[in-house]
Each structure stands twice: as C-alpha cells, then as structure tokens.
Design a protein around this ligand. Structure first.
Ligand SMILES: [Zn+2]
Length: 330
C-alpha cells in the first residue's frame, strides 16, 4: 500500500478540524493511488493524538498515531473487502457499525473509514446511511471511493465531497525521485502511472508488468519495422503465455494503440504507454487507423473470452491469426 498522502484532501478538511466544525461524513473521491486512505488516517491522527504539536500536527510516534497509521486502532475501524475487489456483504457493515453502541476507548472520537465504498452494494450503503443520519457523538465517517457513480445519491447528499487529485507531471517526477526511482525509468513510470503516486509505487515494485511492457513495446516496434502485424505469435507464443500474462498484456496493447491513434491527430501530451514521443508520432502517422481500431477490438474480444471457460491456446491462436490479417497502411 502506498504511503503517499493527498495533501489536497488534508488541506480541505483540516480547517474544519481546527475550527471545530467538522461534518459528520466525508466522501473522498479519487483515482487509485492518489493518497485518499493516508489522508483519512492522517486526519484521524489529528483528531485522536494526545501529543499534537501546535495543537494540530499529530506526533506520529505515540501508540495512537502508530495504530492509526497501520489501520489497527480500535477507535478508527476500517472496513476492507475480504478479498481484493470482492463485494463487502451487508452483515460486515452491520458488524462494524455495532461499534457505535460502545464508547471510544482512548478519547471522545470514533472515526470510521470505508476505504472501498464502491464495493458496498445498495443494501449495505443504506445500512450505513442510517448510521450517518443518526450519528453518535464524536463520530466521523470517511467514505473513500475511486468511483463516485457507485455511491447512492442519498449517501452523497449526506456527505461533504472532497476530491483527491493526482500530481501534475513535474511533481510526479519529484515524487518518483524522492522514492528512489532511477532516472532512466522516470518516463516509463510516468506514462504507466499517470498522475497517481500510489500506482507509480505499485508499478515500480511489479517487475512482471515492466517485463510485459517491454514485450508489448517490442511487438509495436516489429509492426513498425516490418510493416505487418504478423509477429505477434513470435513475441507472445500461444503455448507459453498464461491467462494472467494476457490480463497484463491486453490493456497495455490497448493503451499503446490509444497513444498511436492520439498521435495521429497530433495529441502527444497524455501518453499512457509510449515514452518516446517521436516513435509514437512516426508510427501513428503510418499505422492504418482501421487496423488499429480492429486490433483494439480484437484485444477486447480476447479479454472477454478469458472470463469464460475458453481454451486459452485456441483463443490466443485465433487472436494472432486475425491480427496477422490486418494491414499496416491504409
Ligand atoms: Zn500521536
């Protein structure tokens, strides 16, 4: 998990802490890795730490601060899915809200953190809504989500919305240097992680993704050099590639295609796969738009097939054959 904390979120809520006019519920919205959780935990520390400096800065070293930072403080319950991405059942929501019937142990605050609100279905959100509408004294709810559209309008209307924004490019560069990213990988991590510091950290740890990126890059280079799509099966041999590798490869291939299509129309700024602007522009200008779109669709088709019980070898071989039939230039 990323240690990055969204300062924007802290700055938006801190004045209310200082002036003792906190709302009962905050909805913190932002892409994965933009520091929502670290911000919520920090604010919980501000509210609970007994050794604050200047009255507002948590000490960071007392047992309260440490436990909050680790997500283990009894007065700052966090509700996580049992498995990554899995829906959180209503029973677990009820269970955590039962804390409301007891007094906080170390102070007069209880701060609930729901780090993955989008994993709560309507029944769970409605259960939570009842607690938000009738809060116990000193209770604050921090609801975090990557996808605001999955939050019931009734919940949204009860919460103060705060956005967790990613970092602009230059600040991302600074952040990456700070966390020890090698100079020669800066551009690569920037295109792969966009403005999300947490995703950048994740990418830096994930050698498998970096290796896959190399392969996809090599494929695009062969398409460009040979003027044909046929070498896909050499780089991704159907007999030697796993489902998981395909789940890495296919979205990257689509990101690359999007970069190329954008470059064709002169949009070179916001790339999500290629670091080399020149290559992207050269290739974008010669690659058939029709074939690019078709390859994009084929990759979506293959990804959808992976969700079913399809035979991996024949699905991939079919993908290769269809791709090989594409022409490079219009
Ligand atoms: Zn402290």
């Amino acid at each position: 998990m990323s240690a990055y904390r969204c300062q924007g979120v802290v700055d938006a809520i801190l004045p209310a802490v200082r002036e003792n006019r906190l709302a009962g519920c905050y909805l913190i919205v932002g892409e994965r890795g933009t520091g929502k959780l670290a911000a919520a935990r920090y604010l919980a520390q501000v509210l609970i730490c007994q050794n604050k400096r200047d009255g507002v800065t948590p000490c960071g070293i007392c047992p309260d601060c440490k436990q909050i930072e680790q997500g283990t403080h009894v007065d700052v319950p966090e509700l996580w899915p049992e498995e990554e991405g899995k829906r959180i059942p209503v029973e677990r929501v009820r269970e955590i809200l039962r804390e409301n019937y007891t007094l906080p142990t170390s102070g007069d605050r209880r701060i609930f953190i729901f780090p993955r609100m989008e994993l709560l279905r309507a029944d769970s959100q409605n259960t939570l809504l009842k607690s938000i509408e009738e809060p116990s004294d000193g209770t604050i709810y921090f609801l975090l989500t990557e996808d605001k559209s999955k939050i019931l309008p009734t919940v949204q209307s009860r919460a103060v919305a705060v956005s967790a924004m990613g970092l602009p490019k230059e600040e991302m560069r600074r952040y990456l240097r700070k966390i020890g990213c090698e100079q020669e990988r800066l551009d690569e991590v920037l295109v792969m992680a966009g403005s999300s510091p947490g995703q950048a950290e994740e990418y830096l740890r994930d050698t498998e993704r970096a290796q896959m990126r190399e392969k996809v890059l090599r494929y695009f280079q062969t398409v460009f050099e040979h003027g044909s799509f046929t070498r896909l099966s050499l780089i991704f041999p159907p007999a030697r590639i796993s489902r998981n590798e395909l789940y890495l490869m296919l979205p990257m291939m689509r990101s690359g295609l999007c970069d190329l299509i954008a470059a064709r129309y002169g949009a070179n700024e916001d790339r999500h796969f290629f670091t080399d602007e020149g290559f992207c522009r050269d290739m974008g200008s010669v690659l058939s738009l029709k074939s690019s779109v078709e390859l994009f669709d084929l990759s979506l088709e293959l990804e959808a097939a992976l969700e079913t019980n399809v035979n991996l070898y024949s699905a991939l071989a079919g993908f290769h054959m269809k791709a090989a039939g594409l022409v490079c230039e219009d």
